[in-house]
Design a protein around this ligand. Structure first.
Ligand SMILES: Cc1cc2nc3c(=O)[nH]c(=O)nc-3n(C[C@H](O)[C@H](O)[C@H](O)COP(=O)(O)OP(=O)(O)OC[C@H]3O[C@@H](n4cnc5c(N)ncnc54)[C@H](O)[C@@H]3O)c2cc1C
Length: 402
């Protein structure tokens, strides 16, 4: 039987940065299980690649506490390892005067969170982003940067494996628990002293193998993108974001220049019916009917969810995706945005009792396990500081028990 001191389920950015953190604290026998044969096939390899600065999050939340330091740690990691990193910065603009109170609230939050933003006027906006439009004022976030998420995952895996203290089992799924300290996998039983669940879209399913995560479910939302034609990429220098509805976790369609120079518009946030339902008939399963029912229930009982779902449906059927992008950069013309295959699915934790979307990161502890239940954006940015928090959490229980 395979065995390891620490078994981590999931080789996304959460699992890999946790392995790195535990290694730095002296762990020397870590086994990472990953159901796919390659890295980055899900959220960690399919995101916008933005290192956020901590603008949006209510002060005091984990997102608020962990984001900017995570941004700096990831920046340093990219620089040390020679990985792509571009400090392009970002602006948040207001489409209408009605959005200004929210814009100002974002600036208040950003200041409390140490994000280092400034309120700028239209003249300054045009110096930073000559083609962007706003109403009266905007926010400038100089610490927002872009990276290559897949390059980061590969470097993390390479450096972990090189220590000889971290082993990887790729193409192996956790499927249950045989005994309190023995995991059932598609490659046979694996014994562990400590188990860490970093299974992304399946974190609730894995938590239930340990009797945890009850009362929650992860629901999948498709984040689709379009691409700016190469001749038009000069219209966007860094990132241009709208003022979002801050009652929901999604940030609205934005324009982002990636490390390659390509500019993407998106992502959307459409409910889909499978945790890996990237294409119309891919990733559907017996669970799809349950996901549909959960969506319908949320539409009925949660007015914020109803409003967000309506906005997404309107975006899909009325072509308002383009209108949203054009509100940010008015000189965009219809043919400037072209279809692209880039898409990711965001698993969003829902409290099944209240019907509320869980807005912050969430960890649950078991006797010999730790479960990361809601690694939502900006979990890529925050991963290295989140790993410290999770490792502290593990250490505190270990110490108090010993
Ligand atoms: C469209 C989109 C845009 C985003 N943009 C940004 C952004 O710009 N900046 C930012 O900071 N964040 C962004 N995010 C969020 C960020 O990508 C995620 O929060 C983060 O990648 C989550 O990482 P993870 O390791 O927890 O999950 P994942 O990357 O999903 O990794 C989990 C891994 O666990 C594996 N797994 C699942 N079940 C099992 C099992 N039973 N056994 C073994 N392995 C299993 C999966 O195959 C997967 O590889 C975005 C997300 C999306 C989808």
């Amino acid at each position: 039987m395979q065995n390891a001191q620490i078994v981590i389920c999931g080789a996304g950015v959460t699992g890999l940065t946790l392995a790195r953190e535990l290694l730095s604290r002296g762990a020397d026998d870590i086994l990472v299980l990953e159901k796919e044969h390659a890295l980055g096939l899900h959220a960690s390899g399919r995101n916008s690649g933005v290192l956020h600065a901590g603008v949006y999050y209510s002060p005091g939340t984990l997102k608020a506490k962990l984001c900017i330091q995570g941004n700096f740690l990831m920046r340093d990691f990219c620089k040390e390892r020679g990985l792509p990193y571009q400090p392009y910065g970002k602006v948040i603009v207001a489409k209408t005067p009605e959005e200004l109170p929210t814009l100002d609230e974002l600036h208040r939050r950003a200041t409390a969170n140490g994000a280092g933003t400034r309120i700028i006027d239209e003249k300054e906006l045009h110096e930073i982003e000559p083609y962007a439009a706003t109403t009266q004022r905007a926010i400038h976030s100089p610490h927002t940067a872009v990276v290559d998420p897949k390059a980061i995952l590969q470097e993390l895996q390479k450096s972990l494996a090189a220590t000889g203290k971290v082993r990887f089992m790729m193409g192996v799924s956790a499927i249950g628990r045989d005994k309190p300290n023995v995991l059932a996998t598609t490659d046979g039983p694996v014994e562990f002293r400590t188990f860490i669940n970093a299974a992304g879209a399946y974190a609730d399913v894995v938590a239930r193998m340990f009797g945890l995560g009850q009362g929650y479910a992860l629901m999948p939302f498709m984040g689709g993108y379009e691409k700016l034609r190469d001749e038009k990429t000069h219209l966007v220098r860094g990132s241009i974001y709208p003022t979002p509805d801050i009652r929901n976790p999604f940030l609205g369609v934005h324009l982002t220049r990636g490390v390659s120079g390509a500019v993407y518009a998106g992502p959307t946030a459409q409910p889909v019916f499978g945790r890996e339902n990237y294409h119309p008939f891919e990733g559907l399963s017996a669970e799809s009917a349950l996901i549909l029912v959960r969506n319908l229930r949320l539409v009925v009982i949660n007015p914020k969810y109803r409003a967000a779902a309506k906005e997404e449906v309107v975006r899909r059927v009325s072509g308002s995706f383009f209108r949203d992008a054009k509100a940010l950069v008015p000189s965009l013309s219809k043919g400037d945005l072209v279809h692209c295959s880039k898409a990711g699915i965001r698993p969003q934790l829902v409290d099944l009792k209240t019907g509320e979307l869980v807005m912050d990161f969430l960890i649950e502890r078991g006797e010999n396990s730790l479960h990361v239940l809601n690694a939502i954006s900006p979990a890529f940015t925050s991963s290295m500081t989140f790993a410290k928090l999770a490792a502290d959490e593990l250490a505190s229980t270990t110490t108090s028990k010993s």
